[in-house]
Design a protein around this ligand. Structure first.
Ligand code: SAM
Length: 329
């Protein structure tokens, strides 16, 4: 019988979010402090060879979808060669990438030739000043141009927008207006505590507040069929080319069908974003455990997965605030 990754509640995990670096060229306020980030030493990162070995292991256990993330994946040298290796991996049906828009024309050309056409871009504002305040980088024009180039070149683009009180509420309506003219999917995310800092205030802009705000401005919104195992609750405005969704990333209403597993750039395995690491695959690999030994351990770690993000969070003494750039976004 084929071995698969299945938890104690019968959920199969077939979607790996693989982080290739904890480094980022942005300093989004909800993800990390402006200064003083302690990025890990290069020797502590999984090498590309280790990433490939572990990916093969996951694919052998039924993972057929991978999202490459970070940190910012395109700041790690050699990323395109790694993606090229992944693109030939038997059993891996879909490779997607999440980026802050640090994609050159060269990257785009290569991604296209590898058949990697689904890209998520983080973009929290359509206003240059607000974009700067949220990301602490004055690069709005560059990111917007990257989104337009991706669309023109035939990529399927999703925009991720973290909604935050006093920061970018004014952007919700313009983002939806953007979907009138572009076949783009904008997803509004609730802010999560993973900001690399000690404090976190409960987000006032939860999915209900976001949706009420949208409905107030666009009473004609239409519900769309959601993807199986998706986290986003999707809608569109009739007649508009694109669509939008709300991701209850803090309210955690989607845990019952969650099929995701995360591997950080240092090998930490998380079966839930809110929980502590279930183990470290880099350490197992470097201790000479052998692929079969790691496979058994991995199956065991997945089996013990928490029921939902609240149960997972309760395994910590206090609300976890590790930066998403370290967890693998
Ligand atoms: N650098 C890439 C990017 O910007 O998309 C990939 C990594 S980033 C950590 C992945 C996603 O996590 C982004 O869409 C970002 O907005 C989201 N994110 C990071 N910290 C978050 C937080 N505290 N709450 C909600 N979303 C967060």
């Amino acid at each position: 019988m084929k071995k698969i990754l299945i938890d104690q509640y019968g959920r199969q995990l077939n979607y790996l979010r693989l982080s290739v670096t904890d480094r980022c060229n942005y300093r989004c306020y909800y993800c990390m402090p402006e200064e003083g980030m302690n990025f890990v030493d290069r020797k502590d990162l999984l090498s590309y060879e280790e990433l490939e070995q572990l990916t093969r292991l996951f694919v052998g256990l039924g993972v057929d979808k991978i999202r490459i993330t970070g940190g910012e994946p395109f700041v790690r040298r050699g990323i395109m060669d790694f993606l090229s290796t992944l693109s030939t991996m038997k059993g891996l049906e879909q490779i997607t990438v999440t980026s802050n828009g640090t994609l050159s024309e060269d990257h785009r050309g290569q991604l296209k030739s590898l058949g990697i056409l689904k890209i998520n871009i983080s973009m929290d504002s359509l206003d240059r000043q607000r974009f700067f305040e949220m990301t602490r980088r004055d690069r709005f024009e560059e990111v917007y141009q990257c989104v337009m180039d991706l669309l023109n070149e035939g990529f399927q683009v999703k925009l991720n927008c973290v909604v935050a009180d006093d920061k970018n509420i004014q952007d919700i309506v313009p983002f939806i207006q953007l979907t009138e003219f572009y076949p783009i999917s904008v997803r509004f995310l609730e802010e999560m505590p993973f900001n690399g800092q000690d404090t976190f205030n409960l987000p006032r802009w939860n999915y209900k507040a976001i949706l009420d705000h949208i409905q107030h401005h666009f009473p004609q919104i239409q519900k769309l069929q959601d993807e199986a195992n998706g986290t986003s609750v999707n809608y569109k405005i009739p007649g508009y080319q694109g669509s939008f969704g709300v991701i209850p990333s803090f309210s955690r209403t989607f845990c019952g069908t969650c099929n995701r597993i995360r591997l950080s750039a240092t090998g930490e395995l998380r079966t839930c974003l809110y929980g502590p690491p279930a183990g470290n695959l880099r350490d197992l690999l470097r201790s000479g455990a052998g692929i079969e030994g790691i496979e058994q351990e991995l199956i065991r770690m997945v089996a013990r997965r928490a029921k939902d993000g609240f149960e997972a969070e309760a395994m910590h003494a206090k609300t976890p605030t590790t930066s998403m750039s370290f967890l693998g976004g």
